[in-house]
Design a protein around this ligand. Structure first.
Ligand SMILES: Cc1cc2nc3c(=O)[nH]c(=O)nc-3n(C[C@H](O)[C@H](O)[C@H](O)COP(=O)(O)OP(=O)(O)OC[C@H]3O[C@@H](n4cnc5c(N)ncnc54)[C@H](O)[C@@H]3O)c2cc1C
Length: 441
């Protein structure tokens, strides 16, 4: 019997991890990864600058829960000694609110001492009488029903900006936070439903608490160490600079390239929705094109270590502050080895779903970010190095109706097309790697 042949489109973390697990679990399958650019990793992009690590994409993975699937992959790849775990400082996070940095509760003691204690208690009390709503709703509508508008405007708004660069008034709670909707359907109140609740954890090796209790992990050379290692392990399977002209799904999958073609039994796409849409039937293309990707600007900064006396992981900025800055991550507080001696590295995120690319292009983002930081820290900061990248389509937004879109993509896809990637089953590295593993298995 001839071996099954699969082509994988894209060598971001989704394509690389799917290839890695196919090699591990399906040795009888032949596969090729087709990448349009000259590098793998996609959004995962770490660079060394003046002895400091600049992260342009993801900067860490939570070791808890399904983070252990990623840890297991790291161990299998022989990368354990390259790991760096977050300082305990990284548990301390701030909100920039009412003209100052306010620490968010991160322990019982800090909760009791928090200026937000009253707001939290009121929010919890409101939740106790929340009713079940079976239909999907925006994150804003859901949080307002459970915890009140003031709680949403401060905490959920900035959380969603920080993770998705998203807009709570547009995003779907069922798609972005399925666990919240699941809990609500148990007992109405989220707090009541949490009693006795056990989270669904994917099957993986279990790591000791001293590892899983850390806030995040990365690598000495940044997150790209993971994708570079996958790239090397899969070196014989990846083709770069591939320009796909057309794909025919009618019997076998025929992929027309410039001057050649490939014929396989099955195609797995991990490329962005707006890229896949060019190769599929109009009904499916329409759903794919309706997925909006938010633009995000990332500014990496190097400062003398003594310039900024700031502890913690970073701070978030609620949208009511009307700043283009979504937040700042103090990378070298979290991973001290990511900065050269006597230096500190910070990343400012800007833009997101509330801004169009044209608006961001028209701004002086470096200047705006630095004057915002000067205001936050109350002095003109001495910046030693700075670089900015504006990503036009950085993060797919799971807007209201997204769960239906995912279902439609599954239904409208021909039987020889599987669709993975960050617009389908979660944007985080953990969600993407776990889904790739499960599909390969
Ligand atoms: C600024 C930022 C910060 C983030 N921070 C975190 C974080 O801290 N933690 C976390 O877990 N997640 C984070 N994320 C999310 C996470 O990094 C992404 O969701 C994930 O890396 C996307 O992986 P992917 O493989 O789905 O897509 P991509 O990385 O976009 O990869 C797609 C690949 O397909 C290729 N391609 C495109 N078109 C074609 C084509 N026509 N033919 C062939 N190949 C093609 C591309 O070149 C690319 O290599 C962040 C995202 C951003 C933008």
């Amino acid at each position: 019997m001839s071996k099954k042949k699969i082509a994988i489109l894209g060598s971001g973390i989704a394509g690389l991890s799917y290839g890695y697990y196919l090699k591990k679990y399906q040795p009888d399958v032949e596969f090729t990864i087709l990448e349009s650019s000259s590098r793998s990793g996609g959004v995962v992009f770490s660079e060394m600058k003046e002895g400091c690590v600049f992260e342009w994409g993801p900067r860490g993975v939570r070791p808890k829960g399904n983070g252990q699937v990623v840890l297991e992959m790291v161990e299998d790849l022989g990368l354990w000694d390259e790991l760096v775990f977050a300082n305990d400082q990284a548990k301390k996070r701030y909100l920039y609110h009412d003209g100052k940095l306010q620490v968010l509760p991160h322990s019982l003691k800090s909760f009791v001492a928090s200026p937000y204690l009253g707001l939290f208690l009121k929010a919890f009390y409101k939740d106790l009488s929340a009713q079940k709503v079976a239909t999907d709703e925006t994150i804003a509508a859901f949080v307002d029903r459970h915890f009140g508008e003031k709680f949403r405007v401060l905490f959920f708004d900035s959380l969603v900006s920080g993770v998705w660069a998203g807009d709570v008034t547009k995003m779907s709670v069922s798609a972005a936070f399925p666990i919240l909707k699941k809990l609500e359907l148990k007992r109405g109140s989220l707090l009541k439903s949490l009693v006795g609740h056990k989270s669904d954890v994917s099957d993986s090796k279990q790591y000791p608490k001293e590892i899983t209790s850390k806030a995040l992990f990365s690598f000495k050379g940044g997150v790209q160490t993971l994708t570079d290692t996958l790239r090397d392990v899969l070196a014989d399977f990846i083709e770069y600079d591939v320009k796909i002209q057309k794909i025919d799904f009618s019997d076998k999958v025929e992929i027309a390239l410039e001057g050649s073609s490939i014929c396989v039994d099955e195609l797995t796409s991990t490329i962005p929705a707006y890229e896949l849409s060019a190769f599929v039937i109009p009904d499916l293309a329409m759903v794919l094109d309706s997925i909006f990707y938010a633009p995000v600007a990332v500014l990496n900064l190097i400062l003398p270590k003594s310039e900024l006396s700031f502890d913690g992981f970073g701070f978030l900025v609620p949208s009511k502050e009307k700043s283009v800055v979504l937040g700042m991550v103090a990378n070298s507080n979290t991973f001290p080895s990511h900065a050269a001696p006597n230096k500190s590295v910070h990343t400012v995120m800007m833009g997101g779903a509330r801004y169009s690319l044209e608006e961001l292009n028209a701004m002086d983002l470096k200047k705006d970010a630095i004057s915002f930081l000067n205001g936050v820290f109350g002095k003109p900061l001495f910046i030693e190095g700075q670089e900015l990248i504006l990503m036009s389509k950085a993060i797919p937004q799971y807007e209201l109706g997204h769960v239906d879109k995912v279902r439609q993509i599954e239904v409208l896809s021909p039987s020889n097309l599987k669709v993975l990637g960050n617009y389908m089953y979660g944007v985080s590295l953990i969600d993407i790697i776990t889904k790739s593993r499960d599909l390969a298995k």
